[in-house]
Design a protein around this ligand. Structure first.
Ligand code: UDP
Ligand code: MG
Length: 321
C-alpha cells in the first residue's frame, strides 16, 4: 500500500482562487494516485483561517463533491502560521507525508511531483525554493535578500527563498509539532528539526486572483518576529552600544577636564545638548529592544491555545476510508 499524502492549504478570504486551486491540486493528487506513488486515501485539507467571504462555503461544497477534499474551520482568524500548524496537527495522525502550499497558486503545484519523488527516495524534508523573483517588486526582492543576509549574520539558519511550500515526512512533522512556542516562524523552525533534506526549485508566479493577505505592515511584523524569535543578538548588541558610549564618555571626560584647566568653560551648551539627545535615544532604543523580548516572554508564558477549531471533517473522512 502506498503512503498517504495530505496537502494542507491555508485559506483566508480566498473565494476567488479556491475553485482553481481545488481543481489543480485535485488533478495532481489523482495523478499521483494513478501512478501509485501515494495512497488513494490521500487528501487535500483546506484550513479556513476565519475568512469573511464564501471560502468556507466552497470548502464544504467541495468536501461533499470530492472524496479527497476535506476542510478545517477556525473560529476566527488566527494567522497563516497557525493555520499551517493546525493542519499539520490534524493531518499527522493519518498521513505519512504532508505538503503545505499557499492557496493563491503562486507556487508551482507541479513541484509536488518532485517533492513526492524525493520523499519516496527517503528524504524527510523537501523545501520548495523559488528560482526567480521576477514577479516580485524590486523593493520586495531587495528587502528579502537583505533579510536573509541579516538572519545569517545573526546565526539563524534559513533556506533562502523558501516560503511555506514544503514536504515533511510524518516523523519530521511530529518533531516540528514538539516545538511549543506561540510566536511561530515555521520557516526558521523546520531546519531545526534536522533529518535529511532536499530542495526542489520552481518559478514563482503572480497570484492567480485576489490580493495579497500580507500587506507591508504585516510582513514587517513577521520579519521582525523571525529575528526576535530566533536570536538574542539584538540584546547582545546593546552591550556593544553601551561599551561604545562609555568609551566615548571617558574621552569626553578627559576633554572636559582639559578644557576646564585651560579655562574655556563657558562653552558646553552644544556638547551638553548633543549628549542628552544621543544618550536618551540610545537608551530608548535599548529599552524597546529588551521590551520586545519581554513581550515575547509575556505571550509565551500565558500558554494560551494557539487556535480554536470550530469545525473539521478531515478526521471523519480518514476514519471512514
Ligand atoms: N493566509 C492565512 N491567514 C492570514 C493571511 C494569509 O491563512 O491571516 C493564507 C492565504 O490565504 C494564503 C497564504 O496564507 O494561502 C499566503 O498569503 P498571501 O498569498 O496573501 O501572502 P503573499 O504570498 O502575498 O506573501
Ligand atoms: Mg501569495
Amino acid at each position: 500500500m502506498a503512503d498517504i499524502l495530505t496537502i494542507i492549504v491555508p485559506c483566508y478570504n480566498e473565494e476567488e482562487v479556491l475553485p482553481e486551486t481545488a481543481k489543480e491540486l485535485g488533478s495532481i493528487l489523482e495523478d499521483l494516485v494513478d501512478q501509485n506513488k501515494v495512497s488513494p486515501k490521500s487528501k487535500i485539507l483546506f484550513v479556513n483561517d476565519g475568512s469573511k467571504d464564501k471560502t468556507w462555503k466552497l470548502i464544504s461544497r467541495y468536501s461533499k463533491d470530492y472524496p479527497y477534499v476535506t476542510g478545517l474551520k477556525f473560529a476566527r482568524n488566527y494567522g497563516h502560521q497557525n493555520a499551517l500548524l493546525a493542519g499539520m496537527k490534524t493531518a499527522v495522525r493519518y498521513s505519512d507525508m504532508i505538503i503545505t502550499i499557499d492557496a493563491d497558486l503562486q507556487d508551482d503545484v507541479k513541484a509536488i511531483y518532485q517533492m513526492v519523488d524525493q520523499y519516496l527516495d527517503g528524504v524527510d524534508v523537501v523545501y520548495g525554493v523559488r528560482n526567480s523573483r521576477e514577479t516580485d517588486t524590486f523593493f520586495k526582492r531587495r528587502t528579502a535578500l537583505a533579510y536573509y543576509g541579516l538572519m545569517k549574520k545573526l546565526g539563524v539558519h534559513l533556506v533562502p527563498d523558501s516560503a511555506d511550500y514544503r514536504l515533511l515526512s510524518k516523523r519530521a512533522t511530529e518533531a516540528l509539532l514538539q516545538y511549543q512556542e506561540r510566536n511561530l516562524f515555521l520557516r526558521g523552525m523546520v531546519p531545526l528539526v534536522g533529518y535529511q533534506s532536499a530542495t526542489v526549485y520552481y518559478p514563482r508566479k503572480e497570484r492567480f486572483a485576489g490580493e495579497s493577505k500580507y500587506p507591508l505592515g504585516k510582513m514587517l511584523h513577521f520579519a521582525l518576529d523571525g529575528i526576535t524569535s530566533f536570536s538574542i543578538a539584538p540584546i547582545q548588541l546593546i552591550l556593544v552600544l553601551g561599551i561604545l558610549t562609555t568609551s566615548i564618555s571617558i574621552l569626553m571626560m578627559i576633554y572636559v577636564c582639559v578644557a576646564k584647566m585651560l579655562g574655556h568653560v563657558i562653552t558646553g551648551w552644544a556638547s551638553l545638548m548633543i549628549s542628552i539627545w544621543l544618550l536618551g535615544g540610545i537608551q530608548l532604543i535599548s529599552v524597546s529592544v529588551i521590551g520586545e523580548y519581554v513581550g515575547k516572554i509575556f505571550t509565551e508564558v500565558k500558554h494560551r491555545p494557539r487556535y480554536n477549531i470550530e469545525d473539521e471533517n478531515y478526521s471523519d473522512k480518514m476514519e471512514k476510508d
